[in-house]
Structures are given as structure tokens and as C-alpha cells.
Design a protein around this ligand. Structure first.
Ligand code: PBE
Length: 270
């Protein structure tokens, strides 16, 4: 007896996040792809609302299905979450968070380009900032600055061969999620220490890709590829410079509490 009637109990609703997120687009694809999700809808709201709904369900041991991803602190805060298997591979396997630069940045601002190209860290690094912010209530920006101070070894690899500059302007675009607030804050701090005048603007995913490809922004460290942001990337890929992964091992999917007796998206019933 796997599939119970979670469909009825949940009124065939998946608890989602912001309409502009890559995971929202991907989940609409999953709903089309899986017979077991026939008739389900994705309720879009915000990450904060999703986490609140998840917390309430867990407190009451009620079923819930959310759109979830790593790195994120929800897996640490609620230690009983699992990804549903995705046999159709709609959400893909692990993916990268990549850095993209505008065409021409290498010629215009070679030291910025070099630093951005050398920026890379791990899931654990990023999570340490997110968890600490979550635990202490301190802003991610503040924790990120401290992280830079405490991790000279890593930072010195990123700045290897990068010359100090005198107020060169750098415009980074990013997304509003904690993961990208962490990476952008760390990058901004390191670049500021090298003498750059850094602006970070959080925008919708679509605007991240439009502004880097259009040259309005210099770069982003917020591209989840090859999958989560595939549609956005596909449109602009010939007009951006891909600097490769700044983090490997990111993941997205449908997430449920472990007490639900299903393991796969296919275990749901229409
Ligand atoms: N996320 C977190 C974003 C990117 C970072 C997975 C919610 C998304 O576009 O879906």
C-alpha cells in the first residue's frame, strides 16, 4: 500500500515558491510529464510562505509536498525531509551553480574577470553561511564578511594573480534566495577588498540572464545549470561567457517529510 490518497488529502496541490524561479518552471514540466501528477497544481507563493507551510505540516505530522532544493537550511532545520525519486529525470541529477560574465568583460576589466573566473567553493562552505544566519538571525551579508575573514586560504586562491584596482565599478546581478545572497555577499566582499566598487542587484531569474547577455550587468554567480535555469540560459547562451561552476552538487526536486509512505513521484495518484 504505497500511494494512500495524498492527492485528495492535499487537494492535489504542490506547495511552491516564487513564480519567477527555475524550480517553478521545472515543476510545471513535471506536472505535464507524470501521469501521477495529472490534475495536480503548483501553488506559487514565496520561499518564506513555503517554509512556513512546511513547518506547520511537520508540526502536525500532516502530508505536504514542496518544491525543494540544496543548498538550503530546511534540510538541517527539519531533519526528516526526503526527495521523491524522479524516474523521468525531469529535475535532473546534481547540477552546478555557474558564473556567467558579459561579453567583453575580460577585455574591459581583466582583474574582475580573473577573480570571477577563479571563484569556487563547496556546498558546505555556502551552507555554513546560510545555517549560521538562520541560527543567529544575523544578516547573511554580515556572516559572509566574517566567512571571508575566516577563510583566507580559499580566498587567496580566488585572488591569485588579481591586481588591486582603484574603484573599478562592478555590477553583479543575483537572485533573492539565501544561497545566492551568500555567494554574492562573499564575492562582493572579496572584490571590495581588491579595490572594486561593487553593486549587487537581486532580480528575477529571467532578468539575471537578460542583463548579463545584454551587457547591463557585468556578471552573475547565480546560474543553476544545466537544468534549473535551462530555458533562460538557452535564449542567451551565445551572448554570455560561461566561467564554469563556482559550486557543484546543487539539487532541486519535490520534497516531502519522511513519514509520508511514498518514495517516488510515480507513487502519487492523479
Ligand atoms: N532556487 C534557489 C532557485 C535558484 C536558487 C533553486 C529556488 C530557482 O531558480 O529555482
Amino acid at each position: 500500500e504505497s500511494s494512500s490518497n495524498y492527492g485528495e488529502e492535499l487537494e492535489h496541490t504542490i506547495t511552491g515558491i516564487e513564480p519567477g524561479a527555475g524550480i517553478t518552471v521545472t515543476t510545471e514540466k513535471a506536472i505535464e510529464e507524470y501521469d501521477s501528477l495529472n490534475g495536480w497544481t503548483l501553488e506559487q507563493s514565496s520561499t518564506a510562505a513555503m517554509v512556513k507551510t512546511l513547518e506547520e505540516a511537520i508540526n502536525n505530522e500532516e502530508p505536504i509536498i514542496v518544491t525543494g532544493w540544496n543548498p538550503h537550511w530546511k534540510f538541517a532545520k527539519f531533519d526528516n525531509l526526503k526527495y521523491l525519486d524522479d524516474p523521468e529525470n525531469v529535475y535532473g541529477a546534481e547540477e552546478d551553480i555557474r558564473t556567467l560574465a558579459r561579453t567583453g568583460l575580460e577585455d574591459d576589466k581583466p582583474n574582475a574577470f580573473k577573480l570571477l573566473d577563479q571563484f569556487e567553493w563547496s556546498v558546505e562552505d555556502m551552507e555554513s553561511i546560510m545555517y549560521e544566519s538562520q541560527d543567529t538571525g544575523e544578516d547573511i551579508d554580515v556572516i559572509a564578511k566574517q566567512w571571508v575573514e575566516d577563510n583566507e586560504d580559499k580566498v587567496s586562491d580566488w585572488t591569485d594573480g588579481v591586481e588591486d584596482v582603484d574603484g573599478v565599478e562592478i555590477e553583479l546581478v543575483s537572485t533573492p534566495w539565501d544561497s545566492e545572497r551568500a555567494s554574492s555577499s562573499v564575492l562582493a566582499e572579496v572584490m571590495t577588498q581588491k579595490g572594486f566598487n561593487v553593486t549587487v542587484t537581486p532580480v528575477d531569474v529571467a532578468v539575471v540572464f537578460e542583463s548579463v547577455s545584454g551587457g547591463d550587468a557585468d556578471a552573475t554567480a547565480a546560474a543553476w545549470l544545466p537544468l534549473t535555469h535551462a530555458d533562460f540560459y538557452e535564449d542567451v547562451k551565445d551572448d554570455v561567457v560561461d566561467l564554469g561552476a563556482n559550486l557543484t552538487g546543487a539539487k532541486i526536486g519535490l520534497v516531502v517529510p519522511e513519514y509520508m509512505d511514498i518514495d517516488s513521484i510515480e507513487d502519487l495518484k492523479a
